[in-house]
Design a protein around this ligand. Structure first.
Ligand SMILES: C[S@@+](CC[C@H](N)C(=O)[O-])C[C@H]1O[C@@H](n2cnc3c(N)ncnc32)[C@H](O)[C@@H]1O
Length: 246
């Protein structure tokens, strides 16, 4: 079985990324795709956050606003260390946390190649403000002369219009990236057999997309329910691939 440090490739691990990432050797990862936890204002009323809906797993792990920059710097320093010189990282961020993400990218020494906007549909009603229906994706590299970029479209634009996925009737985690968007990133910025890593795996979308595209993967998740959910999702994908159904 192939490994990076003590971790088996095509494996996902339960634990704190800030701790686990220290055991990944320098320059061993080709591509990082991640949607880190949000900063939540814990002073805000808890009831604003609808965390107890049926079928949504409990236990979402958020970071207090005042500690968000420090938290971001810590995981991003590790991300920079473990990435190969030819590697890339894509970080998802809502606009509320964006300042900390952008400052950490500069502080750690990443070079920003693109600031991508992901536009999705979101049907909430607002009275006195615009409805937020976009996300930011920061595409950053270690070496702007050496990073991989497979130009799979003739005019690759930096606004991506991709629908969110709705999983009717199934247990789901509260935030989940569409498989389509992660697959697009993996196709552009890695080759088959490359190692794709997500330190904040959630429901396991990055691992599933990597598996479907014949890349190797590694992922960490701190909440046991999400970890179990992701493990089962990856195992199901592997069974379906084996049976020729994917
Ligand atoms: C925004 S979600 C990721 C969603 C994921 N991209 C998906 O498609 O399902 C962020 C995840 O990071 C996890 N998390 C938060 N802090 C963590 C830490 N220190 N180490 C590992 N995972 C953490 C949260 O539990 C949550 O599942």
């Amino acid at each position: 079985m192939e490994r990076v440090g003590r971790f088996a490739l095509n494996g996902i691990y339960l634990g704190d990324s800030l701790v686990l990432m220290k055991d990944i050797p320098d320059g061993s990862i080709d591509l990082i795709v991640t949607d880190p936890p949000f900063a939540i204002d814990f002073k805000a009323k808890r009831s604003n956050y609808n965390r107890s809906q049926d079928r949504v797993l409990e236990g979402y792990n958020e970071i207090p606003k005042e500690r968000y920059y420090e938290f971001t710097l810590r995981w991003m320093r590790e991300a920079h260390r473990i990435l190969k010189d030819t590697g890339s990282m894509y970080v998802f961020s809502g606009w509320t946390n964006l300042k900390d993400i952008l400052n950490a990218i500069d502080e750690v020494g990443f070079i920003t190649i693109n600031h991508i906007i992901w536009k999705y549909q979101f049907g909430v009603f607002t009275r006195r403000k615009f409805v937020t229906s976009h996300y930011h994706i920061l595409f950053v590299v270690k070496d702007e002369k050496r990073y991989k970029f497979n130009k799979i479209e003739h005019y690759p634009e930096d606004v991506w219009i991709i629908k969110r996925e709705y999983w009717k009737g199934k247990v789901k985690t509260p935030t989940k990236l569409p498989l389509e968007i992660v697959k697009k990133i993996i196709l552009y910025s890695s080759d088959e057999e490359d190692v794709v890593f997500d330190p904040f795996l959630g429901s396991g979308t990055v691992a599933v997309a990597a598996k479907l595209l014949n890349r190797r993967f590694l992922g960490f998740e701190i909440v046991p329910e999400y970890y179990e959910f992701a493990r089962e999702r990856v195992a199901r994908t592997e069974r379906e691939l084996f049976a020729g159904r994917r």
